[in-house]
Unconditional design. Structure first.
Lengths: 201, 201, 201, 201
DNA sequence: TATGAATGAGTATTCATTCAT
DNA sequence: CATGAATGAATACTCATTCAT
């Protein structure tokens, strides 16, 4: 958010790379990756078509760059959340809230993450191998720590449970994107926390 | 011409329609929807390119038909599972197991459902409006019945919780598709049931 | 010539391949290979752009096909000329005349052979490796036979001499293409024969 | 600004012009004219892309300049050879040797002359109108002088014969370029002279 | 003179769909 | 019903050239 508002003043300087990336997010979200035209992205960014190729390898590289750069920022944010909270239960709550708060702020970016990045097994694999795996590991370790502290049930399989939590959050985001109503994604944070911690029973 | 009225009864035919649909599943799963060629599907089905257009409106209609027809069969299956079990907790367990069993049997179909059908907001919306909504309603009503029976916690929001359960299952399937190991999807049924029913605590 | 006049009646049938090839010759000769647009060739051939790709692999394949097919026909013609004449001196005269007669009949094709096919070392190599080598071999063997018969000077190096004869003919063709006057290429046959047989002295 | 008038004298400079021209020869020979990138030439010359446009009008002007400047130097060389030898037969021998010696010394330049300059009728015409015509005139006059001196056969048509000699030399160069063996072009001088003077008989 | 970031015109090729047979 | 030859719209990317420093 902070960096975007700075970018809003494109008076002179460069920031061309960022403008292109933001334009790609908007166009991908609006039209879908396959239906998006590079020239449309260029127009939205206010640069010539060829300029995009000075900063990126091509259309696919735009999508990958969006993923990588926002995912890195997101992981850093999660890291800070974790660092500031040692209680496992509170950690889980804060990660859930951070997840829904972050994504709920940028609908176009959320669409790119939830829809466009899942176009093909190729992207899906990219999606899950490094960065998502890191995220799952954070969840898994938090669960393990909770178990070691005797707070979480010992019978839980940490890896499966971490995926389950991620799946819940992912579905909340998808559902929010598809709902046409003007609701806030973060509104689902409390019921999700309740369910994650206590289950149905 | 003369034979047309006889053939107009599509009850059985040569099974060409089914062969085309199956071929589409395989090719979409193998190559991805956008990269799949209609001619490739025709070759795999053993028919001429043009023949596909006698049974379907086009490439997109193939994808939609795959979704609709398998989803309908799936919903019927879930209906039978539900019908045979009145205890809410057992129902949840059986639905979870049925979900993972069904999808775990057909990897190509699973890929089409998890990856190819999420290509665009258009498909996603289609995906969620009718059939998935039906599925979520089944889950939601089961949760509500459990609450009314005093078995499930009253503080749960049934709609959010139903989505959460769906999200968990969806993530298990996605994770299974992306894992290259030869594991069975249904192996995750027990830990998922445990987590859904009891939560972390 | 004969086959072309048949093609002139494109009433129905196919002959689409030949029409495309002829159109390519005309367009390549007119505009140059690199500046020629595939769509221009399609228009000249009276087919859709895509149709060209049903018969050829692409633009480059058009050029190669023109070369191969006309060169094969030409080599067969030379073979018949050779077969009908056993006297080495007369053979040389007849080959020279055949070369200049054949090429002098089709200016556009001549341009493709003399100019467009020499665009790059790649084409040049293709040009010289198989078919042109065959042609040079015919000349070389004729020279050797003339030497064995005691008719041609024994001190000549057959390979170099064959190339020299080819070079003379090639230059006559190039010069004819570049001359804007309306002269006949075959007019140079007699002086060339005289020079080839007797030299300057 | 102040230095510009001083620099306007292009007499010497930093030799940048020559470096660019040499780089163009190497790159054109390596990659072919159409596939060569101006930026590649700039890199090879050690200058910025834009600098090339301070010395030349564009890519095409580079090719034309290469041709003109080397052709001029070559014609001066032939002029000296001619001037130093009054016997027509010896002149022919010396011109042939000079041609093959000069070109045999610079393979990259030879490729540009034999291949790249024959890309289009436009270049071909340029090629033949002024400078090549001068060269052919030198050959033709030498032949005519030989005829007037009673040394060369009177029945030869000087113009055609001059082209024939040029064609022989041109083919030797082309053949040398295409041969991958490490032979010297000047080795063909003696057999060529023999053939040119005496013919086949 | 020199730079090199930015421009934007230009095009081969693919492939979903049609329709004459 | 079935075929498959023909269609033609649609688009990412390259690179010669420019011009503000």
């Amino acid at each position: 958010m902070a960096t975007r508002s700075v970018e809003t003043d494109p008076a002179k300087g460069t920031g061309k790379r960022e403008r292109i990336l933001r334009a790609a997010i908007e166009v991908f979200a609006r039209t879908g990756y396959f239906n998006s035209k590079v020239s449309e992205i260029a127009k939205e960014a206010g640069v010539a078509d060829g300029t995009i190729y000075l900063y990126f390898l091509g259309k696919e590289d735009l999508l990958i760059s969006i993923f990588r750069e926002h995912m890195r920022a997101y992981l850093e944010g999660v890291g800070q959340v974790i660092a500031g909270e040692r209680d496992p239960q509170a950690r889980i709550r804060k990660v859930i809230r951070f997840h829904l708060d972050s994504i709920g702020n940028d609908r176009a970016l959320a669409i790119v993450f939830q829809v466009e990045l899942r176009q093909s097994l190729k992207f899906m694999s990219l999606f899950s191998h490094q960065e998502v795996a890191d995220y799952l590991n954070i969840l898994r370790r938090t669960i393990e720590e909770g178990q070691q502290a005797g707070l979480f049930r010992a019978s839980l399989q940490p890896q499966v449970t971490a995926k389950a939590v991620f799946g819940i959050l992912d579905e909340m985001v998808t559902s929010w994107i598809l709902s046409e109503k003007d609701i806030r994604l973060s509104d689902s944070a409390d019921p999700v926390c309740d369910f994650v911690l206590n289950g149905l029973l």
